[in-house]
Every structure is written in structure tokens, then in C-alpha cells.
Design a protein around this ligand. Structure first.
Ligand code: HAM
Length: 443
């Protein structure tokens, strides 16, 4: 067995190797196209922020703040945290950079890494990338629906089918306190049967009990009062309209009364997008075919978000309604790979440049630059000096033509064009070869 290298990437954090960069690039391209279309401006914020921004913004009792932040003290004693998410930093920038005074709604998008000290497993990492969209200064429920539509469409454009939007409303400061009281009373009278974590959640934030996945808590949850029955008129109407918009644009959704999200800043609409459980069907098919029935993995959200009408004020700005969401890029890539999603064929390399000798190598450098200007992709192998090795490589890449520039050609200002299929070779002037290849490739 190969010896483990002395240095390895930190637990739960990964290199993004060249073979995977194209996934990130493809997602980036689609996201930035969509952002452009809908009028979102791109924002980048520092990877670190004051830790208090997150404890205040996301909530002291949340798992993210209690257990998952990477924090550090600077030499001067500032207490900073690697960003576990983007929303609080963006709200900080929105307030600090006077974006409240610009015409509203103000729309921002982002793409970059986040850090959470989680228990690593497939689809759950300590460094993971998110892209996200945030809209400030718009109360209308059409924005909630549009945010969902944007994420849904991006995932569809990445060829991810069978998606389901789980949606709920968690009310606002008018109706949620009363509902929480009801819920507390309900769970408190059944506390003895709850799991250890839920006993703690009951004291810290009773809504989180609804999020529990423990088997023993499920029957108790099932009979708990549901927030949708206790929304105030304003929240009820808002949610009704969001659902009507979703119906209108034919986005499939599932009303999920247990969806409360792991961050405290939400008001009214919350949602998550999941891949539908086709893995369950696959497991069943597998079992029917005599194979082992695969254990159903816990479903992981590809994206999540909602409305957060109180956060801007909480972090020191003027009262401003807001709505947004973020998606996990590794999870999207994992799903693309498991569903064997092919990329549209990119720009293929059709020409290989082989060179022999120093003078030829020098001329090749300039020639490559000329091909780049003409937008013709050319592969080369400067490290190999033997013509045979270079032609072998050209064969492996599967190019149509190989250009051969030897010592003699370099001196004469010519170059050989070899048709790789027929083996036919022709000599042309070196300063005409780009035009010549343009013509040939067009055919
Ligand atoms: P979140 O649900 O914590 O929300 O994260 C959004 C997405 O990031 C998740 O749906 C998931 O795909 C991905 N994700 C989260 N944690 C991990 C992890 N440890 N490893 C891999 N992927 C992960 C937020 O972050 C909110 N800021 C979203 C938002 C924006 N709400 C309003 N605006």
C-alpha cells in the first residue's frame, strides 16, 4: 500500500483538481448568465468577518454558531470567523456601503467558499462552495417566487431533473411567538419521550424540534400544531400568493410543515430544493434484480433560503425586507456525477503542433500566439523532442491535423500540414498557415 503523504488537505476540505474545474466553470457560467439577465450585481466579501456578525445574524443557539464556526483572534485581539455563509456578510456590506440609499430593490449575487466545522461525510464538507442571490427592499411575494424560480431554473439548466421544492412559512414577529408558545406547551408535555437533542432544542429554540430526524421523535412531531394553521393574516396572504406564483410558473413544490431551516433570521417563506428520491427507486430496482437494496441516504438539500425581513435592522441598518437563497456547489456536482450528466461538447482541439529543434521551438511559440488570436485551439507537447512521441500524442488527442515544424522548415519559413486521417502531407508558408487552417477547419 502506498505510504500516506506527510501533508494532506485539512479534514473535510478538498483541492479542486483540473478535471473538476470544468464543473465549477460550467455552474459559474450559467449562474452569471442568469444573474445578468435578472439584473443582479456580483459581490465578493472577505472570507473572514467579525465573529459577532454571525452570532448576531444567524443566531446564538444555532448549530452553525454554537459548533461550526472557524474562529480566530488576531494579534490585536479582533475576534474573527471564517464565513459559514454569505447572507450576514452581504447584509453587513449592504448597510456599511450605503446600498440602502441606492434605488431598491437592490439585487446581489455571489459565488465562493464557506467554512463550517461539520462532521464530514458525502455532500457535507468543512470547506464548500456556494452561489447565491439576495434581493433587498422588496416586500412583494413575487420576489420569493422569483428566487425559487431562479434556483430551480439554474438546476434544470445543469440538466438536473426530478427536483422538488420543499416550502413552508414560519410566520413573523406577529404570529410566531404565539405559535412557539403553543409548540413549547405541546412538546413540554411530551418531553420525556423526546431525544436528548430535542430536550435541548425545546429550551433553546423549540422550532428546531420540528427539524429532528430521530426515529423516536417522529410520532410526537406528527401530531404537533402546525404553523400554517397559526399564521397571522399578513403572513397567510403572503404565503398564499407565493404558492399561487409557483403554480403559475409550474414549479412543483411540497408543503412541508417541518421545514424551519437552521438559521434564525428567516421570516415568512422558507424553502429548500432537493433531488427527488430516485435513489430510493434505484435501491428498490437493485433489490428486485437480486442486488443489495441500497440504504436510503439522508436527503441533502441542493439549495435553501427564504425571506429575512428583520435581518438588516438587526445588524444595524434601517428596516428593509429581503429575500434570497444559496446553493451548495459540491452537492450539485456530486449529483451531476451520480446522474452521469454530460457537458455540451466544448471547443475541441483539432490541431496539434509538433516541433523539432530549437529554432522550430522558438517559432512555435509565436505561432501558438497567432493561433490563439485566430481562436483556433492548438495542442502541443514542447517537453517531447522526438517526432514519433509527438505524433503519438496527436493521435491520442484525436486531432484532425498535425503541423510539423522541423529545423529545415523553420529555416525556410515553411511548415508541414499532415492530415491525420489520410496521412497526406503538404508544405505551406509559415506565415500563411493560420489562414490555411482557418479555411480547412471551416470545411
Ligand atoms: P444553508 O441551507 O445553510 O443556507 O446553505 C445553503 C446550501 O449550501 C445548502 O442547501 C447546501 O446545498 C449547501 N451546504 C450547506 N452546508 C454544507 C456543507 N457543510 N457541505 C456542503 N454543502 C453545504 C445558507 O447558507 C443561507 N445563507 C442561504 C440564504 C441566502 N438564505 C437567504 N439568503
Amino acid at each position: 500500500m502506498a505510504k500516506k503523504p506527510k501533508f494532506q488537505s485539512p479534514t473535510g476540505m478538498h483541492d479542486i483538481l483540473p478535471k473538476d474545474q470544468r464543473y465549477y466553470q460550467r455552474i459559474y457560467n450559467i449562474v452569471s448568465d442568469v444573474a445578468d439577465f435578472y439584473g443582479f450585481g456580483k459581490i465578493d466579501t472577505p472570507v473572514v468577518e467579525q465573529a459577532e456578525l454571525f452570532s448576531k445574524g444567524i443566531g446564538l443557539a444555532t448549530d452553525i454558531v454554537k459548533k461550526q464556526m472557524y474562529t480566530l483572534k488576531t494579534r490585536r485581539g479582533d475576534f474573527l470567523a471564517l464565513r459559514p455563509e454569505w447572507t450576514a456578510p452581504i447584509v453587513r456590506a449592504y448597510i456599511e456601503k450605503g446600498m440602502q440609499d441606492q434605488p431598491q430593490p437592490l439585487k446581489l449575487w455571489y459565488f465562493g467558499p464557506c467554512y463550517r466545522y461539520e462532521r464530514p461525510q458525502a455532500g457535507r464538507y468543512r470547506q464548500f462552495w456556494q452561489f447565491g442571490f439576495e434581493v433587498f427592499g422588496e416586500v412583494n411575494p413575487v420576489i420569493d417566487a422569483q428566487i425559487i424560480q431562479i434556483f430551480y431554473n439554474i438546476l434544470r439548466e445543469l440538466k438536473l431533473k426530478n427536483l422538488i421544492v420543499e416550502i413552508n412559512s414560519i410566520g413573523d414577529s406577529q404570529c410566531r411567538p404565539y405559535y412557539k408558545k403553543l409548540l413549547s406547551n405541546y412538546f413540554r408535555s411530551r418531553e420525556i419521550s423526546l431525544c436528548v437533542d430535542c430536550k435541548r432544542r425545546l429550551r433553546e429554540n423549540v422550532l428546531r424540534v420540528l427539524d429532528c430526524k430521530e426515529e423516536k421523535c417522529q410520532p410526537i412531531k406528527a401530531d404537533a400544531p402546525q404553523i400554517l394553521d397559526h399564521l397571522c393574516e399578513e403572513c397567510r396572504l403572503h404565503f398564499k400568493e407565493v404558492l399561487e406564483f409557483l403554480d403559475e410558473i409550474e414549479i412543483p413544490y411540497n408543503l412541508n410543515p417541518y421545514l424551519v431551516r437552521g438559521l434564525d433570521y428567516y421570516t415568512k417563506t422558507v424553502f429548500e430544493i432537493f433531488p427527488e428520491r430516485i435513489c430510493e427507486e434505484e435501491g428498490l430496482k437493485n433489490a428486485l434484480a437480486g442486488g443489495p437494496a441500497r440504504q436510503r441516504p439522508e436527503p441533502q438539500a441542493l439549495a435553501g433560503g427564504g425571506r429575512y425581513d428583520k435581518l438588516v435592522k438587526l445588524l444595524g441598518g434601517r428596516e428593509t425586507s429581503a429575500c434570497g437563497a444559496a446553493a451548495g456547489i459540491e452537492r450539485i456536482i456530486g449529483l451531476m456525477k451520480s446522474r452521469d450528466i454530460k457537458f455540451p461538447k466544448g471547443f475541441e482541439v483539432q490541431v496539434f503542433l509538433a516541433q523539432l529543434g530549437n529554432l522550430a521551438k522558438r517559432k512555435s511559440l509565436k505561432l501558438l500566439g497567432d493561433f490563439r488570436k485566430a481562436k483556433i485551439k492548438v495542442a502541443e507537447s514542447f517537453g517531447r523532442d522526438s517526432l514519433k512521441a509527438q505524433l503519438n500524442r496527436a493521435d491520442r488527442i484525436g486531432v484532425k491535423y498535425t503541423l510539423i515544424l522541423g529545423q529545415k522548415e523553420a529555416l525556410e519559413g515553411t511548415i508541414i500540414i499532415r492530415d491525420m486521417k489520410t496521412g497526406k502531407q503538404e508544405i505551406v508558408k509559415l506565415d500563411k498557415v493560420v489562414e490555411e487552417m482557418k479555411g480547412r477547419l471551416k470545411k
